[in-house]
Design a protein around this ligand. Structure first.
Ligand code: FAD
Length: 377
């Protein structure tokens, strides 16, 4: 890809914002400032000319200079981008067919290779005080979910977050008009210097998630990290780990998997039961497929609750239930740990309310798992 193409393309936000650091002032992230009409990833296009010149961007490219120089804007499936090594001949073929060839697409975001860039608790760049962090880049990975990259105050150091842990973000406007505070689990590792990434599902009436979706590159959000945000720490001390995740509940699992699979001296067996509404909503699927292919000790079982009838998706249908837990996860015992993260109804059904850390009810309680074996993220 030429430098011009790259600047015009999907990476433009990264290129432009990374060039110089802005003075950070937290903009009014008021829920009413820039309200979204609907919660959905904006349309994204491959703009391609008859000679194979191309770039990615939003909106249909309007300029039609002359009939021989007509640019076609071909919609890209959400969560994808055009591979950087696509040959000009393939682009000309897409131009002639007026359709994108899926063979030349790749996921718009990947968690990369498993990386155990571990830090002890207490080393995080973000501390007890709110710190403004500018949005560097935002990539939509599903219809309602994005991965947002934020600049860190010290551009020469990583976030320094321990595994597992989350951060707190502040913004939007709650019922009383005041900003709300919500936890998010970074999906980047400490191998990333000067920035961190969070995967955010945007809810139709979500106070902070909608405000985050409405940010412009360069806008700042307040973040902090407190001791309460430190969860179970790697190494986890179990021979077998079972993960039960729903939606963006996959974020802490990715964080834990980075440590587990990225540590060459670790041999923990891990099985992930991952519930999504439909095949369109499965997050980080290519990353999980790649990690399974490269690490025989990882198994991922997808379960779809609302997949359209007749779909060719190979994934199981329904919700995570006792049958799937018994079939795939380690049985109750001292060498097994189960991690649970998902929406509140999922906790209620599988293990009891998240805030009730000392009790296990629901499916896992019925199957005999003890509180010490179940970690509610
Ligand atoms: C430890 C922890 C880590 C988390 N990490 C992440 C993360 O990495 N990524 C992420 O996207 N979220 C994560 N969350 C959830 C996140 O903190 C917020 O709850 C979420 O973004 C919604 O906040 P909001 O202000 O947008 O919505 P709110 O204003 O709190 O809610 C408004 C409406 O949105 C809907 N809604 C909100 N939350 C949910 C939900 N969980 N399930 C179903 N409907 C809901 C409901 O309709 C609700 O009435 C985490 C939560 C916890 C406790």
């Amino acid at each position: 890809m030429s430098a011009v193409t790259r600047l015009l393309g999907g990476m433009s936000a990264v290129a432009s914002a990374a060039g110089g650091r802005r003075r950070l002032a937290t903009v009014g992230l008021s829920g009413g400032r820039r309200r979204l009409a609907t919660v959905a990833a904006p349309e994204h296009f491959l703009h391609v000319g008859p000679g194979g010149d191309w770039w990615e961007g939003g909106g249909i490219y309007a300029a039609k200079h002359n009939p021989g120089d007509y640019v076609r804007s071909l919609p890209l499936p959400v969560g994808t981008r055009v591979r950087g090594d696509v040959p000009a001949g393939e682009l000309r073929a897409m131009y002639d067919a007026a359709a994108v060839d899926a063979a030349w697409l790749e996921p718009s975001w990947s968690a990369g290779d498993p990386t155990a860039a571990l830090a002890a608790p207490g080393r995080c760049q973000l501390g007890d005080d709110w710190t403004p962090c500018a949005l560097r880049d935002r990539v939509w990975i599903a219809d309602d979910t994005m991965v947002a990259t934020f600049d860190l105050p010290d551009a020469s150091a990583p976030l320094g977050l321990s595994t597992c842990a989350c951060v707190l973000a502040r913004g939007g406007a709650g019922d009383d008009g005041e900003p709300v505070v919500r936890p998010y689990t970074p999906v980047s590792t400490n191998a990333l210097v000067g920035a961190f990434q969070v995967m955010v599902k945007v809810y139709e009436r979500g106070t902070l998630s909608r405000a985050l979706a409405a940010l412009d590159v360069g806008d700042a959000v307040d973040f902090k990290h407190i001791a309460f945000n430190v969860k179970i720490q790697f190494p986890f001390g179990a021979k077998k780990v079972g993960m039960l995740a729903g939606g963006t509940g996959i974020a802490p699992m990715l964080q834990a998997l980075h440590a587990l699979l990225g540590s060459t001296d670790d041999n923990t067996e891990v099985t992930v039961l991952y519930g999504s509404r439909s095949s369109r909503d499965v997050l980080a699927e290519a990353t999980l497929d790649d990690w399974c292919a490269k690490h025989a000790r990882l198994k991922v079982v997808h379960v779809l609750s609302d997949e359209p009838a007749g779909s060719a998706s190979p994934h199981a249908r329904g919700r995570i239930d006792a049958g799937l837990v018994e079939a795939h996860l380690p049985p109750p015992g001292d060498d097994a740990l189960l991690f649970v993260c998902g929406p509140p109804p999922m906790y209620d059904a599988l293990c009891g309310p998240r805030g009730d850390a000392d009790a296990v009810t629901g499916v896992l309680g019925d199957l005999g798992y003890a509180p010490a074996q179940v970690v509610k993220f």
